[in-house]
Design a binder for this molecule. Sequence first.
Ligand code: CP
Ligand code: NVA
Length: 304
Amino acid sequence: MQDLLAMRDLSSAQLSHILDLAQTIKQRPSAWQNHLQGKSIALVFEKPSLRTRASFAAGINRLGGHSIYLDAENLMGKREPASDVGANLALWHDAIVARVYSQATLHELAAASDKPVINALSDECHPCQALADLLTLTEQLGDLTKVTLTYVGDGCNVCHALMAGAALAGMNLQIVTPVGYEPNAELLADAQKVGATSGAEITLHHDFNQLQQSDAIYTDTWFSMGQERDSNQVMHDFAPYQVNQDLMKQLGAKYFMHCLPAYRGREVTAEVIDGPQSLILHQAENRLHAQNAVLVELFAGAQA
Ligand code: CP
Ligand code: NVA
């Protein structure tokens, strides 16, 4: 592994290894406390963040490394091209963690840098989130090949990462969106093709009555960062796609998941997201462990 730019860049074996490693690191953090000693990592954020920024900073610290945070004012497009940012950061830092508007920016950073680049969210994909989510489902439900997850709402970056992750893990994923808000068709076809090998069924629907029973329901905001959408239209189109107690019961779902930040009363009711079935804090906690497994793996590759 040289970079983590998208979930679909991983193989099934790499995904499984990262999830195992994340569990090992989570159980015995002291064994890894010097792993990044002397290493410096640049956290490059074009968009706001709580979980990703704070969990990378804390996680790198726990591995004995150091991080610096660079915000949008210093970055791509504002002062200089991504290629110059990547080439310069690579002179002083051992890896770049980047949250960007466009997936293309990640590829520019990676091409200009001889150090690993990690996608901390782009318009296309949020791989660190999906890794934490798969880790959370493994902890709660065990063998992912026996799990069915339902993703409700916007076919956005989080949905794309889950599609690719489910396909690699052999986990069934049923996606239900309003018409016009489907995930990217090429990424969906790609996930379905990988799923045909791993045993994962990845299906797209608009109608809840077409769905099978599900172990967990996942949703995300209807307004992703950087999207320009007519808010009245979005509220209208997504209104039937709110996750509430009736839907949890209809699908027989044991768990509710959300990457956060969440908007109670929009994509999910407060009763569900703040209730006993909600895994949101497990997901958030696992961001750190999943990301630390990625860092350990990337540096192992760099040293090989
Ligand atoms: N889930 C997630 O990536 O949260 P932040 O936007 O706060 O980093
Ligand atoms: N889809 C959301 C995820 C936030 C973590 C966004 O891109 O804003």
